[in-house]
Design a protein around this ligand. Structure first.
Ligand code: 9MR
Ligand code: ZN
Length: 553
């Protein structure tokens, strides 16, 4: 995020001499399977490590793809269901190795979840749990209240947001929402999961142990009157040092209605999740939620956040707070059943925000999801929200059908953190299936489109990279991530999701790498310096966890 910190950047790894693209984690036996070629081929085979052929077929041209600037062919090998390790061959070209099997997603799912443990702030990551990626206790000095610098506060704990060491409330609430809704919709995969983190044995699934760590911090970000401070960061991003070596002064920055509403929403949601394990914790979450909501009622106008002069860390600014307030009212209504939340939810419902959005700056979809999963609200409203999710999934399906990669992004959607949109679109497909489960007989309609978004993330894209560190033989290894750089360990911390291609090339290293006419999907480099392409963030990891869980369930 700073321009000045890398004296000794690592070299970029060699680009894969690869024109045959696959999901490098692999494919579940019964799922649809296809590889994508960027050259015309009349024949392909699927071979194992000994070169034995298990399947052969004819690739089908899918035409010119604007996003990647390539003419594509698709090689379908869905019929191959025999578990094993394979690669695709076409003439002199071959793909990376991948696996066919029932549990191919488990390691990636586990590492993407454990990545949150690696983001922990305010505690030591011991060798016992963190292995060679251990680090000392960090960022525990009290933080100065920006608006009254005589006051300092303990706001230690939580997860580092991303490749930087900031901790931001709206980003945190979003990541938690993805994880809690993943847990609510696909509990069986989370209940089985073991990511080897402290705090066990426990009745709670690992996801809940890990999220509690974040919630404990989040509650410290609430002011006495219920409002919630937007973020705690230093004035500028730290250099590329280990977290315990970052001695920059920390500031608690002013409150915002976005942060307060997201806080109210996610603490109410969390209270419903934790209630059966720890009712005192659940009560405390509810109290915090209600206090935040009380403040929102008192201050019904939008109070946004802008970085104060001289502050260069993440801003997470928003233009309004209707979606945030809608989400808060919806969650509080679902958690309490109280009429007043219902009526204010109704009041915000028609405010023109996207009611299916699941990202950090646009959170309306979480509110809709709360109502739909709880079946709370009038039949008319539930119907409408249901139909909106289905319509959104259908719209995205059409985009995928036109893309040789099966990708849900249009060529103009490759902006900073494009992988989040890919992944939240994947979530939308699974949500649509979940909603239709009770109304339509037969197979889920959208699952295969959800899987295509994961395929893209894990290698079926023109860069050939798996955008998850440690997953696949050709994966991102040099993300813009301070500990990953400073720890001196060549192998990156596993399970981190890179932001992905960004046509706007918003850092000078990236801008220097690619000429103007570069197709959007090619605007990517696995380079520590390229923070607008290759940073990682908690809310890019969390939809990956959701998507993997849904595809495994
Ligand atoms: O993810 C954010 C992206 O959508 C914005 O375009 C970008 C610039 O404002 O900021 C990204 O968020 C960063 C945050 O500001 C600070 N921590 C790292 C985040 C990921 O790059
Ligand atoms: Zn820290």
């Amino acid at each position: 995020m700073n321009d000045d910190e890398l004296d000794n950047p690592r070299p970029e790894r060699l680009e894969a001499a690869n024109r045959v693209f696959v999901n490098q984690a692999g494919y579940r036996t019964e799922d649809e399977k296809f590889a994508v070629f960027t050259f015309p081929a009349s024949f392909f085979t699927v071979v194992d490590e000994n070169g034995r052929t298990f399947f052969s077929g004819v690739p089908v041209p899918t035409g010119f793809d604007e996003a990647s600037g390539e003419k594509l062919c698709r090689a379908d090998f869905t019929e191959l269901t025999l578990p094993g390790k394979y690669r695709i061959q076409a003439g002199a070209d071959c793909s990376m190795y991948f696996t066919i099997g029932e549990n191919v997603y488990q390691p990636c799912f586990d590492s993407c979840m454990k990545a949150f443990y690696f983001q922990r702030c305010g505690c030591e990551l011991t060798e016992r749990y963190a292995g060679m990626w251990k680090h000392g206790k960090c960022h525990c000095d009290s933080a100065i209240l920006w608006e009254n610098q005589k006051i300092s506060l303990d706001v230690s704990g939580g997860w580092h947001d991303a490749g930087d060491y900031g901790r931001y409330v709206t980003a945190a609430a979003t990541a938690l929402a993805h994880l809690f809704y993943g847990y609510k919709m696909f509990p069986e995969v989370f209940i089985m999961q073991d990511i080897d983190i402290p705090g066990k044995p426990s009745d709670m699934s690992d996801v809940l142990i890990e999220c509690r760590y974040e919630l404990e911090w989040l509650m410290k970000m609430q002011r006495f009157d219920g409002a919630v401070w937007h973020k705690v960061t230093s004035m500028k991003h730290a250099g590329f040092v280990m977290p315990e070596d970052d001695r920059e002064k920390l500031y608690v920055m002013p409150v915002s209605s976005n942060a307060t509403a997201d806080f109210a929403a996610v603490t109410a949601l969390a209270s419903t999740v934790y209630r059966k394990f720890d009712s005192r914790f659940a009560d405390m979450l509810m109290k915090c939620s209600e206090a935040a909501y009380g403040w929102l009622e008192k201050y019904p106008h939008f109070i946004g956040f802008k970085n104060p002069k001289g502050c260069g860390t993440g801003e997470y600014g928003e233009k309004d707070d209707r979606d945030n307030r809608f989400w808060a009212a919806a969650e509080l209504f679902c958690a309490t059943g109280e009429e007043k939340y219902y009526s204010s939810m109704l009041e915000f419902l028609n405010d023109g925000f996207q009611r299916t959005a699941l990202g950090f700056a646009s959170v309306g979809g979480f509110g809709s999801l709360a109502l739909l999963l709880n079946g709370k609200g009038s039949a008319a409203i539930l119907n409408r929200l249901h139909n909106e999710f289905i319509a959104r999934a259908e719209q995205l399906k059409e985009i995928c059908d036109k893309s040789g990669w099966g990708l849900s992004l249009t060529p103009d959607q490759f902006y900073w953190g494009s992988n989040m949109t890919v992944l939240t679109n994947g979530m939308t497909f699974l949500i649509a299936d979940h909603l239709e489960k009770h109304s339509i007989d037969g197979k889920p309609r959208f699952r295969k489109y959800a899987a295509m978004q994961l395929n893209y993330l894990l290698g079926t894209n023109v860069t050939g990279y798996s955008f998850v560190t440690g997953t696949g033989d050709f994966c991102v290894n040099y993300p813009h991530h301070r500990p990953a750089f400073a720890d001196g360990v060549e192998e990156c911390i596993p399970g981190l999701v890179s932001g992905g291609p960004n046509k706007h090339l918003e850092d000078r290293y990236a801008a220097a790498l690619f000429p103007e006419e570069t197709p959007p999907m090619k605007c990517f480099s696995d380079n520590t310096e390229c923070y607008s392409l290759n940073e990682t963030a908690i809310y890019w990891n969390s939809p990956a966890v959701f998507l993997l869980a849904g595809l495994m369930s």
